[in-house]
Design a protein around this ligand. Structure first.
Ligand code: CP
Length: 339
């Protein structure tokens, strides 16, 4: 990762502007993100990831200006197709597309023909006939986004598929960590809670390890996938032990909508053993930072005073969500065949 990180430093110091988009380095050649789709972190190289994070850093500056509008995606059509509820991901993809000048359409599945029994393939073929450039998809079934990507001519972004992957969440988490800690390599990141049902955990494990972090997974044995050690993570069923010396504490939502049966005895007991409160956070490094992808269940996986406390990066994660999605849309748009 040394090479990629050096590239990032150069990118920050030697800049020139190219027409319409984010700034690019003049002398130092950057790694070019050459994928057609973003379906997962799996399959991305550390250089792909770093290239997207570097672009996202520049998108943060764009978003902090009064005039946020760019023309990078002018003339492009972006469809947001969400089969599951979303606040952060859908709204940030919409804002990101609009800030880059795309025509953005949010397709409401609740009022679409999916409700009349139309299949995912037929929906994909119908949307494809309208000649979009990018489709952003969230679906409750793992693998559904990959299937859709094989049926359309445009670029597809996975905005979360079942318990499989949520790549832009992992990218925005990495960007938040990198901006606050100055690096990812060598950090100890403790991912805590409902790992079993979490696409966020899976994408984060892949990404953080690709960039050289040490990852711990903490949760009750009922919420840890069988064989998770094979991912190369350290596993803890005692949160107090798992938090010792952690640099980052990443809490996960208890995903009760994905649970068939009882995985925890009671919410009260879960909070007592696996909820992040000030006492447990004190076991991590004194400068440890707290993250949560949202939506948060206060008093279930995280105490309110920790969620709103000085060590919390939760609001910053939301800001980085828009920047990372701007970076992803721009990177994919550059690779469109008619670009
Ligand atoms: N973190 C996340 O994916 O949030 P939403 O479900 O609100 O999009």
């Amino acid at each position: 990762m040394q090479v990629a990180r050096a590239g990032w430093k150069l990118a920050a110091s030697r800049e020139s502007t190219y027409s319409g988009g984010f700034k690019m380095t003049a002398a130092a050649p950057r790694h070019v993100f050459s994928q057609r789709h973003l379906l997962g972190i799996e399959g991305l190289s550390p250089f792909d990831i770093t290239a997207l994070l570097d672009m996202a850093d520049e998108a943060v500056e764009v978003s902090r200006q009064v005039e946020k509008k760019r023309a990078t995606l002018r003339g492009r059509t972006q469809i947001n197709l969400f089969f599951e509820p979303s606040t952060r991901t859908q709204s940030s993809f919409e804002l990101a597309g609009k800030r880059l000048g795309a025509d953005v359409m949010n397709m409401s599945v609740a009022s679409s023909s999916v409700k009349k029994g139309e299949t995912l393939i037929d929906t994909a073929a119908t949307l494809n006939a309208m000649r979009p450039d990018i489709i952003v998809v969230r679906h409750h079934a793992a693998g559904a986004v990959h299937l859709l990507a094989r049926k359309v001519d445009c670029s597809v972004v996975n905005a979360g598929d079942g318990a499989h992957e949520h790549p832009t969440q992992a990218l925005l988490d990495a960007q938040t960590i990198r901006r606050n800690k100055g690096r990812i390599e060598g950090l100890t990141v403790a991912i805590c809670g409902d790992i079993l049902h979490s696409r966020v955990a899976r994408s984060n494990i892949l990404l953080l390890q690709a960039l050289g972090a040490r990852v711990r997974c903490i949760g009750p044995s009922t919420l840890l996938p069988a064989g998770i050690e094979r991912f190369g993570v350290e596993v803890f069923t005692d949160m107090r032990k798992g938090l010792v010396d952690a640099d980052i504490v990443m809490m996960l939502r208890l995903q009760r909508e994905r649970m068939n049966g009882s995985f925890v005895p009671s919410v009260r007991e879960y909070f007592r053993y696996f909820g992040l409160d000030r006492e447990k956070l004190a076991l991590a490094r004194p400068d440890a930072l707290v993250m949560h992808p949202g939506p948060m269940n206060r008093g279930v996986e995280i105490a309110s005073d920790v969620a709103d406390g000085a060590q919390s990066l939760i609001r910053e994660q939301v800001e980085m969500g828009v920047a990372v999605r701007m970076a992803v849309l721009e990177a994919l748009a550059r690779n469109l065949p008619n670009s």
